[in-house]
Design a binder for this molecule. Structure first.
Ligand SMILES: Nc1nc2c(ncn2[C@@H]2O[C@H](COP(=O)(O)OP(=O)(O)OP(=O)(O)O)[C@@H](O)[C@H]2O)c(=O)[nH]1
Ligand SMILES: [Mg+2]
Length: 248
């Protein structure tokens, strides 16, 4: 059995985390929760769940809310050092549905280095409550703007439901990643692509969160659009010879 770890960043997900763990524990994966000192006690709940499912769940506590990007970098680094071969990243609010995990693993095993769960791949979709403007903006940002500018073979560059091979994350060198928030997701896929890693997508349906509160506003989309240019400047010269061979 290939050791697979799901990295779950949490900030005030007290309602969602126990349900998420219930769903994930039924799958052949370990869980690594990265909690940023959630005021609602998510960190304590994570510890109780870890005690209940000893050996399947570990928890990292950071003292303050420091953003999704740095939470993933910390979680990926820890998952690698704990020996994970496959590393899955997903939100804890059920917008990323655990039922797609077997599809992500199966696709990776067809010989890819990174697989992205895509809302804009054929057969995927977003919550039916999204209005036409929001839908069009998100589709355009991902499937056209970022895709064309960065030349990446991906229709959902900001999507955060992904599976990585350990060798991909090590080869990328996580110290090369500077962004937090939405752009973090874009920077990760761009660096992977410039280094020649093979990337695929599977379609996912993306429902809105049913419980708890959103931490990210939609205004961030415009800032992210500008920051894509910064990513080009920073990483366009990377090539497959520049892969790393060990964790730095
Ligand atoms: N550790 C950590 N987790 C975070 C932070 N910000 C957000 N998260 C988690 O990251 C995931 C995504 O955050 P959401 O608030 O759902 O952001 P979003 O999906 O863009 O917004 P919605 O679509 O409205 O849910 C959730 O599991 C959050 O709990 C943070 O600063 N630190
Ligand atoms: Mg969400």
């Amino acid at each position: 059995m290939v050791q697979t770890t799901v990295v779950l960043p949490t900030y005030n997900e007290a309602e969602n985390l126990p349900l998420m763990v219930d769903a994930l524990i039924a799958l052949p994966v370990n869980i690594l929760v990265v909690d940023d000192g959630s005021p609602d006690g998510t960190g304590d709940i994570a510890e109780h769940l870890a005690a209940e499912h000893r050996g399947r769940i570990s928890v990292m506590h950071r003292t303050e809310k420091s953003g999704l990007g740095t939470a993933y970098i910390a979680g990926f680094t820890q998952a690698i050092s704990l020996g994970a071969e496959y590393i899955i990243q997903m939100d804890s609010d059920f917008s990323h549905q655990p039922k797609y995990i077997p599809d992500l693993i199966a696709k990776l095993e067809q010989g890819y280095d990174l697989v992205i769960g895509s809302r804009y791949a054929w057969g995927g979709g977003v919550d039916s409550s999204w209005g036409p403007y929001r839908k069009l903006l998100s589709w355009f940002a991902n499937a056209v703007y970022v895709r064309v500018l960065l030349g990446i073979p991906v229709s959902d560059a900001t999507g955060g439901y992904r599976i990585w091979r350990r060798e991909t994350l090590i080869g990328m060198g996580l110290d090369r990643i500077h962004s937090n928030g939405y752009v973090f997701q874009v920077e990760m896929v761009y660096v992977a692509h410039r280094l020649g890693f093979k990337i695929a997508e599977i379609p996912i349906y993306f429902p809105d969160r049913a419980r708890g509160q959103s931490k990210m506003g939609s205004g961030i989309v415009f800032e992210a659009a500008a920051r894509v240019w910064q990513l080009i400047y920073r990483h366009h010269a990377l090539n497959p010879q520049m892969r790393r061979t060990e964790v730095s």
